[in-house]
Design a binder for this molecule. Structure first.
Ligand SMILES: Nc1nc2c(c(=O)[nH]1)N[C@H]1C(S)=C(S)[C@@H](COP(=O)(O)OP(=O)(O)OC[C@H]3O[C@@H](n4cnc5c(=O)[nH]c(N)nc54)[C@H](O)[C@@H]3O)O[C@H]1N2
Ligand SMILES: Nc1nc2c(c(=O)[nH]1)N[C@H]1C(S)=C(S)[C@@H](COP(=O)(O)OP(=O)(O)OC[C@H]3O[C@@H](n4cnc5c(=O)[nH]c(N)nc54)[C@H](O)[C@@H]3O)O[C@H]1N2
Ligand SMILES: [Mo]
Length: 769
């Protein structure tokens, strides 16, 4: 029943291009997901597994971080959730035989699709210096190797500990304790490349690095602006919530350079209406903005609201602004000074169009702004998000039902990992609580974020690189630099479920430590364990896997970390005091510790019983309490910024296709955008195709140009992309990540947050000779 993994890489010469879809989900989505599920798991296991996704007492979907609705459908069906589950619950296996058969050099030549499709990892393997193949090792040998390499470092800060956002709260908590016990805050995570800009802007202006809305607020809003996000592919269940809001009378404005399918029309497979009657139009209005133009749009909205307020006196919520905010006068002055021609140039929209959008904001009593990577991965992302907050503050849209900020998170527990202390710049209060609970002194100096870690590796300053999940080599910017940086590390260690590029582009020695995923039964000494996760809206709930794990005695992430900690801290002074075996045996013990260290988790165990969910405290949402420097929500005055594109060049955004989960490639199609059979495409406006002197369908190279501070220009090249004429603004192009990461310069990062500017890369298209 289960089909064999592919034997060939994607044949990019077989790409077919058709018209993009105007609607998302519906019956084709269900069929496509079931096909993938059957190929990976067979029929019986597919049914058993898919019925448990996001059910009370089931497992949390390893797909996205969108929250569950309170009344769940029998199968909370989501095409891409099903694909994420199938990818993990697959019956294909990568064991010792596989590594005996394939040399590392051979594996390196394969694409991410081929690697990921081989199956679940089942045995720990070691690559010795100079060896051609990984060889099996025992768990004792593997963990001794890691502990030995760490202990041999002259300075704890020469180790880097990366985290991807799938780790459970329990694993993340034990991990950060291990890392701080070892003596460093070098805890970069995927969030550094993802919503870090949101965290930076919101902490500064609202005093909390998270969103301020719940799922009920989405249902109750009058107006929802969805900016820089493609929910039809990346958060399909969000479409259900938007549909509900629309049925209750809300309107949705999509702000996006691309006319993404789900934003236009949604066929809900959960309702007969969706399947038979043609679905719900979601966004009444698509604002086709230029890449990086969002700050200008929100300034335009703010400027217009303030002008109207000067006329009518009834636009700004003066009571809220007076009682709860500071900085209003400076903001109002800045918006009075900003000029329409700059706003028009930045957005590609006319003044009239922007005033029209602002009028809709004015007419809404309850507004929510949702966003994702289209707003966070630009140089001026933090300023952009400050201006989003400004607009919401004007009308008192923070801390009232149906209104607020909604950064839509990516990985299913990326928000929880940060709450658990996965952060290179931990707050003093958190460290003090940790010190007290575990009777040691955690390091205070800030550690490396993702880009900082790459620079340190490149410079030869890192002896051990350890990753709890993820695919560092493919996910990070500047692939060429990262591959060389990795090679300088003494030992690279990956705790992983599936094979990926980071296992074959390694340090001088390398270990792969296979582990359990969300869907697997986790049997420990104290019985079958559950873990907990926090969704995008700060709700915490338990997740329990039920499937037979891919191999006997496969340890969980917690088990691997606890065993490593026991080895590392044996006989060491200033080590955290903990009974590591007890923590591994019963995760309730870990939750008891979390309850004492992390605010908001008191009575943790009791509050997750029987599938219950609880909300973490959220100052702005709960009580209009703002934990900022001034104790008030902050208006900020920000200079207008937007990308400048040199003549003859286009600005490239790097995004996700419909058949991938970050660096995991499920398949070769991007159904909604009309691309089939391959991934090396670049979507370009027809006039820009002509201006570049190429033709639609031609295979070109993309060359990125990065101007260093001294004015010199660095070039990077990505070869063989098929040009596809597409409905995108002039001078704005799009292509898939991770194939294009080779073009993103390491030093091109967002101000304040340090996030790579993956949505704004200056490139030229070159005909191949
Ligand atoms: N199936 C699936 N689900 C996923 C993921 C996945 O890969 N596959 N990844 C998960 C993760 S980690 C994350 S972070 C999220 C990512 O979710 P998204 O942020 O939706 O992912 P991207 O594909 O990067 O899409 C960015 C969107 O923003 C638009 N955009 C780009 N630049 C701009 C801009 O300057 N302004 C505006 N207004 N729009 C812009 C693009 O056209 C695109 O629609 O999804 C999560 N869920
Ligand atoms: N150019 C460009 N680059 C980007 C982005 C972009 O839009 N454009 N997006 C950025 C964003 S938003 C993000 S979040 C990052 C993603 O960066 P990462 O989180 O590092 O990458 P993923 O591809 O999600 O990681 C996939 C791997 O995680 C492992 N894995 C999966 N589940 C589990 C588990 O339960 N436990 C363990 N231990 N391992 C597991 C598997 O081995 C799998 O191969 O990429 C960033 N990079
Ligand atoms: Mo992400």
């Amino acid at each position: 029943m289960v089909t064999r993994p592919p034997t060939e890489d994607i044949d990019e010469s077989r790409i077919e291009v058709g018209p993009p879809k105007r609607r998302a989900v519906g019956v084709p989505a269900v069929l496509h997901a079931l096909q993938i599920a059957r190929d990976q798991m067979g029929l019986a296991r597919s049914a058993q597994t898919l019925l448990r996704v996001n059910q009370k007492n089931g497992f949390d979907c390893p797909g996205c971080a969108w929250p569950e609705e309170d009344r769940r459908h029998a199968a909370e069906f989501c095409e891409n959730g099903a694909k994420a589950v199938a990818e993990e619950a697959t019956l294909r296996r990568v064991g010792a035989d596989f590594f005996r058969e394939h040399a590392v050099a051979e594996l390196r030549a394969h694409d991410d699709y081929w690697l990921g499709q081989q199956g679940r990892l089942t045995e720990p393997v070691l690559l010795e210096e100079g060896a051609t193949h990984y060889r099996p090792v025992s768990w004792d040998e593997a963990l001794d190797e890691v502990a030995g390499a760490l202990r041999a470092l002259p300075d704890a800060n020469e180790a880097v500990f990366y985290t991807s956002g799938r780790a459970s709260n329990e694993a993340a908590f034990v991990y950060q304790l291990l890392v701080r016990g070892f003596g460093t805050n070098n805890l970069p995570d995927c969030s550094n490349m993802c919503h870090e800009s949101s965290g930076s802007a919101l902490t500064e202006t609202l005093g909390i690095g998270k969103g301020t809305v719940s799922i009920d607020d989405i249902h109750d809003a009058d107006l929802i602006i969805v900016a820089g996000q493609n929910p039809g592919t990346n958060h399909p269940r969000m479409l259900g919530a938007l549909e509900k809001a629309v049925h209750r009378g809300a309107s949705v404005i999509a702000v996006n350079p691309l006319p993404e399918a789900g934003l236009i029309r949604f066929d809900n497979p959960q309702t007969p209406r969706g399947v038979l009657l043609g679905g719900t139009p979601i966004a009444g209005d698509l604002v086709q903005i230029r890449l990086g133009g969002d700050q200008a749009l929100f300034q335009a909205i703010g400027k217009h609201l303030l002008e109207r307020h000067a006329d009518t006196g009834d636009v700004v919520d003066e009571e809220f602004v007076g009682r709860h905010t500071s900085g209003f006068a400076e903001y109002a002055r800045a918006m009075a000074a900003v000029e329409w021609d700059g706003l028009e140039r930045a957005t590609g929209l006319t003044e009239d169009r922007m005033r029209g959008i602002a009028e809709r904001v004015r007419g809404s009593g309850k507004t929510i702004v949702c966003w994702a990577m289209g707003l966070t991965q630009h140089r001026h992302s933090v300023a952009t998000l400050r201006d989003v907050v400004n607009v919401l503050l004007l009308q008192g849209n923070i801390g009232r039902p149906g209104a607020g900020v909604c950064p839509v998170r990516g990985h299913s527990n990326v928000q929880g990992d940060r709450t658990m202390g996965i952060y290179e710049k931990p707050a003093e209060g958190f460290l003090r609580a940790l010190d007290e609970e575990f009777a040691f002194t955690a390091p205070r100096a800030h550690g490396f974020d993702t880009v900082g870690a790459i620079r340190a590796m490149r410079d030869g300053d890192v002896g051990v690189f350890f990753a709890l999940g993820g695919n560092f080599v493919s996910a990070t910017p500047d692939t060429g630099v990262v591959e060389q940086a990795m090679a300088r590390v003494g030992l690279t260690v990956h705790v992983s479920t599936k094979l990926n590029r980071s296992h074959v582009v390694t340090g001088r020695r390398a270990l792969i430590l296979p582990t359990l995923g969300r869907t697997d039964r986790d049997a420990r000494r104290g019985g079958d364990q559950r873990v907990t996760v926090e969704d995008s809206m700060g709700a915490v709930h338990a997740s329990r896997g039920r499937l037979d794990p891919p191999a006997d005695d496969l340890p969980s992430e917690v088990a691997i970390l606890a065993r490593l900690a026991a080895r590392l801290f044996r006989g060491r002074e200033n080590a955290p005091r903990a009974d590591w075996e007890a923590l591994e045996g019963d995760y309730g013990e870990i939750r008891a510790r979390i309850a004492r260290v992390v605010p908001g988790f008191d009575r943790f165990e009791e509050r997750i019983e029987k599938g219950r969910t609880f909300f973490l405290p959220n100052g702005p949402r709960d009580a209009r309490r703002f934990d900022t420097a001034s104790g008030r929500a902050m208006f900020t005055a920000n200079a207008l910024e937007y990308p400048r594109i040199p003549a003859g060049r286009v600005l490239l955004q790097t995004l996700r296709s419909h058949d991938q989960y970050n660096t995991t490639i499920y398949g070769k199609d991007d159904r909604y955008r009309g691309i089939r059979g391959g991934r090396r495409v670049v979507l370009v406006h027809p006039d820009d195709i002509e201006a570049a002197g190429v033709v639609d369908g031609e295979i070109v190279d993309m060359v990125s140009e990065w101007e260093r501070p001294d004015g010199s220009v660095e070039e990077r090249r990505a070869e063989r992309f098929r040009v596809v004429a597409y409905d995108t603004p002039r001078r704005n192009a799009a292509a898939y990540y991770p194939e294009t990461n080779v073009l993103v310069p390491l030093d091109s990062t967002a101000d304040v947050s340090g996030t790579p500017t993956s949505k704004a890369v200056v490139v030229r298209l070159e005909t191949r000779g």
